[in-house]
Design a protein around this ligand. Structure first.
Ligand code: NAP
Ligand code: NAG
Ligand code: NAG
Length: 309
């Protein structure tokens, strides 16, 4: 008697919660997303900044925005690689001209460089529509062996977090004017913590906290946080380690930067608040609330499998 009564209550509750979730999901992820999605044509003439465009994911993002008819400022420290990125894009796409791509040499860890980056773009094109904060570096360190070498922690925060605080502050007035958008390239490490990533993961978690808060302060600037999984770029050979040795990666299953960039442009165009890029991690992030120990174990295992034995 009591048992069947409890069972009825339980199943009614489950159905109610399930239904609420289905309606919530349909409203925010189908209906609202449809309404927010911008047309491909609307990108013509938009002014875009892409940081970290001298390599990897950033170069690909820059090329794709240029192809949509945007004016693109490509930003990084290595000017020769920016020149290469620009000439590659112009060579591949004959309709584009020199004036569509602006090279901005900039060390984003310096406040003043970030200010000058925005100033240069405004001076050239008088407005700003989209910024893609993509520049970043990784680290893999065994925290038990840190022994006072905290510089990696500071360096990770400087480029992965503080550079975004500076750049966003200087770009925001212009983004408000244009009802623009901010795209933040975080990482699955911004959602989960795994072995060897105390420093990297903390810097990406900081970024997520910053932009999730900012989203509540500015209502006419879209903020899209993207969290790629493993991507095949130079990132992995530049990862900071305690002994400065490169850790070999098992990269056969890594995503290509081109596919990653496609997902990023699509997420911005659809006005998504966050995109977790691998299906496994999407499921994991939903299940963390219910099975935290299990998801912890699985994410740690996945991270470990990317390192060559
Ligand atoms: N590859 C992955 O598996 C992966 C996974 C998840 C998330 N991500 C994230 O994706 C983003 C792009 O990474 P990627 O894989 O394309 O790596 P990448 O090929 O190493 O590119 C990193 C870019 O950041 C720029 N950069 C680094 N420090 C800078 C500084 N102080 N000032 C200006 N630019 C700076 C680099 O340019 P210069 O050296 O010329 O300055 C380079 O263009 C990063 O934020 C990374 O955390 C990558
Ligand atoms: C920004 O949005 C506001 C409110 O919807 C609108 O009045 C304004 O014209 C828009 N500005 C631009 C530059 O699109
Ligand atoms: C996480 O992975 C590391 C290897 O990268 C391993 O040494 C560690 O034991 C794992 N942690 C847990 C709790 O399974």
């Amino acid at each position: 008697m009591l048992f069947s009564f409890l069972l009825t209550i339980f199943s009614t509750l489950c159905t109610a919660v399930g239904l609420i979730y289905v309606f919530y999901y349909i409203y925010f992820n189908v209906i609202l997303l449809k309404l927010k999605t911008k047309s491909i044509e609307s990108y013509k003439g938009k002014v875009v900044i892409v940081t970290g465009a001298s390599s990897g994911i950033g170069s690909s993002i820059a090329e794709k925005y240029a192809l949509l008819g945007c004016k693109v400022a490509i930003v990084a420290r290595r000017e020769n690689l920016l020149e290469e990125c620009k000439s590659n894009i112009l060579k591949k796409h004959k309709k584009l001209s020199q004036k569509d791509i602006l090279i901005v040499r900039c060390d984003l860890t310096k406040e003043n460089d970030c200010k000058e980056m925005v100033d240069k773009v405004i001076k050239e094109w008088s407005k700003l529509d989209i910024v893609v904060w993509n520049a970043g570096v990784g680290s893999l360190i065994d925290f038990s062996k840190v022994d006072g070498r905290f510089d990696i922690f500071r360096d990770n925060m400087d480029i992965n977090y503080f550079s975004l605080v500076y750049s966003t502050s200087f770009a925001l007035p212009f983004l408000k004017q244009s009802n623009g958008s901010i795209v933040v390239v975080s990482s699955l490490a911004g959602k989960f913590g795994t072995a060897l990533r105390t420093s990297y993961s903390a810097s990406k978690h900081a970024v997520q906290g910053f932009f999730n808060s900012l989203r509540n302060e500015v209502d006419n600037v879209q903020i899209t946080i993207v969290c790629p999984g493993f991507v095949k770029t130079d990132f992995h050979s530049k990862v900071a380690t305690l002994d400065n040795k490169v850790i070999e990666r098992e990269s056969n299953h890594f995503m290509t930067p081109q596919v990653c960039a496609d997902h990023i442009l699509e997420a911005e165009r659809m006005g998504k608040r966050e995109l977790i890029m691998t299906p496994k991690a999407r499921i994991g992030s939903k299940l963390t609330a219910f099975f935290p120990e299990f998801i912890d174990y699985m994410t740690n295992l996945t991270a470990k499998s990317s390192i060559k034995k």
